[in-house]
Every structure is written in C-alpha cells, then in structure tokens.
Design a protein around this ligand. Sequence first.
Ligand SMILES: [Zn+2]
Length: 339
Amino acid sequence: MTESFSGRIDKLRSLLDEAECVLIGGGSGLSSAAGLTYSGQRFTENFGDFIKKYGMSDMYSAGFYPFKTQEEKWAYWSRHILLNRRLPPALPLYRRLFELVKDKDFFVVTTNVDAQFYKAGFATERIFAVQGDYGKLQCAKGCHDELYDNEDLVRKMAAEQKDCRIPSALIPKCPVCGKDMEVNIRKDAYFVQDKAWYEAERRYEIFCREARDRKLLLLELGVGYNTPTIIRFPFEAMTYKNKDAVLVRINAQYPGAMSRKRQKDAFFCRGYKRRVESDGLTHRCRPRCIRKRRKNAKRQSVSHVMRKRKPECLRSYPSGGRGNKIKKSQPPKHVYYVH
Ligand SMILES: [Zn+2]
C-alpha cells in the first residue's frame, strides 16, 4: 500500500459517497475498538474474585470455563452480560458508524452479540446478528425455539451473588423440559435460531441478491479468523462476483492483503494454506478442518444451516470443487486495506 493513511481515508470517503448500497460486516475487533475489550484492566477490575478463584485470563476464554455448578456459572455470566450487554450505552464508534451510513441503503451482518448496532440506531430489520445475543436465554439443549429476555434476572443475579455463586433460587430452568438454560450465543450444537433469526437471515439474503448488480461497498470491520465463513470469506466472494463491488477491510491484526495471484486461489484448500502462511499467521485453521468440525456437529450450527440452505451470498461461494474455480478472465477487484 503506497497511499498515506489520510489518503486511504479520503478514498474511503469517496467510495462511500459513490456507493449505491453498503454492507457492513462487524466482528469482535469492532467492539474491542469501541471499548468493549475482554482482557487487561477492564477484565481485572471487574473479575478480580473470579481470577483469584478460577485463574481466568480474559473474558473470551472465561466464557468457555467448565463451571461445576449452575450457581457458579450464572454468577460469572450475569456479571459478564451486565458488563458487556446491559450497562454500556451505544458507544461513540458505533454511533459514528451509523451517522456515516444512515442515509444509504445499508445492511449489517455481525458476529457480535453485544447489541451495539441496535443501540446505536441501526434498524432491527437491517441487522443480522448471526451468533445470537447476550441479552437472551434459551433452553441449554435447545428443546424448543423460543428465546427469553434476561435483563431482570441478570441484574438480580449480579446483585445477589456472593463468593462467585448466585442463590440457587435464581437458577433459570427451561419452561418446557425443566432442564438448565443457557445464554443464546453460538457455542455448541444446541444454539437456538428463533423465528426472528430466520427472518433476519432472509432479509440479508435479499439484500445480497439485490446488491449483485449494484455499486456495493463492503465494509468489513474487525473480522478475523475465528469464524471467517460468516463474514470474511463471503465478503471476499461477493467482491469477486460483482465487478462494481469494493471491499474495504479494516483490521488491526489480519488485514490479509491479497495479491492478485493469491486472490485467485484464496478460497481453495491448498491455496488457503499458502495464503495463511504468507500472511504470517501462526495458526493453521483450514477449510478442511472446519468442514470436519461441522460434520461432527449434532444439531444446528451456522455451517449446518448453510449447508442445508446457503444464503444467497454464499450459494456461489467457491468450495474448491472442480468447475468452481474463478475464471482467469475476471477483472481484478478493488480491495482496500486500512490498518
Ligand atoms: Zn428445554
């Protein structure tokens, strides 16, 4: 990249002005940049007792801690939800983002579960929060597809907990099967996708389909390689497919600049490995192992759903099979990286 940072910002401004529609992809890096960091001082100041008792290192890994009792689990989670979902108002970064696109035909797809897009003013019908919402509860075994607002309960749990435990009387139980409840975030095969989830997915599909022949600006913000099949890879695929699409990737860790040659094989198993290594990443997260994990999933996961009925934007997504390769005659696409 030879342009100066301010030059790239100016370019982004003009791309935004020229775009007929804008698709925003929000990842965890966006909320982190907005102030919802999961480690460091923010973690140690709020979870000193849990760090001492369980040796936790940050809120992300703590979310997978195998608590032995429901009292301990909900003591942690009520505080986590309060801190990241209930207490923060719309953060300035999200509010400024909304100001930038509010007069455009836009749509948001996000893996974030902190509801910041909703709080900042983005209309509900223009958001697809693929991975759930901290603010809702579901049956831990997904016995039915209804979600329950958890605000009152979470505030009570956080207020009444002692020694990293909540009173047993506050433990939520599934109103249908009577078993444990869980936060509605995708962390196992029992994640519940309710009616509103499927409606949001449908609106996202329609937006992507209609954007195929329009001047589309894809704004990919803070999306890494945790779940790249949800935003990162589809955004790259959409950039290939639409000659008028421009992808702007803003990412502190994985700007992932694609050369024209690498661009051609970026989506294929063998090529993907080369690309990951050439980007200097240390992990070896390849589509092959992602597919293997998916195969083992018992119930709905996003991959499971997409395999059954891929969203429009992914239906033409190259999977590496014969005949799926991108034609050499395709014109190079414009991809800008800001980091
Ligand atoms: Zn149940």
